[in-house]
Design a protein around this ligand. Structure first.
Ligand code: MG
Length: 235
């Protein structure tokens, strides 16, 4: 049973006052591969910290990611690392693959209400990426992993912290994310949920969905193009 939609229906968003966006692979498309650079930096960090081969470092990095939501959280718990140092090194990347996206900027600007970036990365990274996209000025605030006390999405406490800090009424908020698991809590909190999928994968995702039935019923919408989705919503 397919329950998500791909074309935004105005009636589903009329009540929305706060628009909440994940950063990586959401505000910019997956194919930009910016996250690849961060991913490699994290592998290098783990390799240097624990004197592991790149292959072993990568295995451990992914294990921490699976078990703790972020590599950072795993490294903090198991190795007591300095999170600021990690974030600096992980986000020391080249932002030039990110190009200004005026269509996205216009759409975000035109959305009625407040707009937030809610990321498991750092404010510095979010600022740099949003500036490169030319959309920074359209956001009211950025809630990052430091604001979350290093407890990443999808922990429920982190969404609560975000909502209470910004006085967000979750029943009148929408969340945009590329990771399905990060939309479960938002849906439970009454948020409208939109999943970003890589280009040309909308169809694949639909088929997978149909195979797995309603396993992901916390997703209201699926789209591969955020700018187009928002533009259609505003039409
Ligand atoms: Mg993301």
């Amino acid at each position: 049973m397919t329950t998500f939609k791909t074309t935004p229906e105005k009636a589903d968003f009329d009540h929305i006052r706060d628009w909440v966006f994940d950063l990586d692979n959401t505000l910019y498309p997956h194919h930009v591969n910016l996250f690849d650079q961060i991913d490699k930096n994290m592998t290098a960090y783990v390799s240097e910290l624990l004197q592991l081969s790149p292959a072993d470092a990568r295995t451990l990095q992914k294990q921490y990611y699976r078990e703790h939501g972020t590599t950072l959280q795993g490294l903090m718990i198991h190795h007591g690392i300095d999170p600021q140092d990690f974030l600096e090194k992980a986000h020391a990347i080249d932002y030039s693959p990110l190009l200004p996206d005026p269509t996205l900027g216009e759409a975000i600007k035109a959305l009625p209400g407040r707009k937030f970036i809610f990321t498991n990365g750092s404010v510095k990274h979010a600022e740099a990426a949003a500036r490169a996209l030319g959309i920074r000025e359209h956001f009211d605030d950025i809630f990052d992993i430091v604001a979350a006390d290093y407890v990443p999405k999808p922990a429920g406490s982190t969404y609560d912290k975000f909502a209470s800090l910004n006085r967000v009424d979750t029943r009148r908020a929408a969340m945009f994310e590329d990771l399905p698991r990060n939309l479960a809590v938002p849906k439970a909190l009454g948020m409208r949920t939109v999943l970003l999928v890589p280009q040309n994968l909308e169809h694949t995702f639909t088929e997978a969905w149909e195979r797995h039935g309603d396993a992901d019923d916390h997703i209201d919408y699926v789209t591969e193009n955020l700018a187009e989705f928002l533009s259609r919503l505003l039409r």
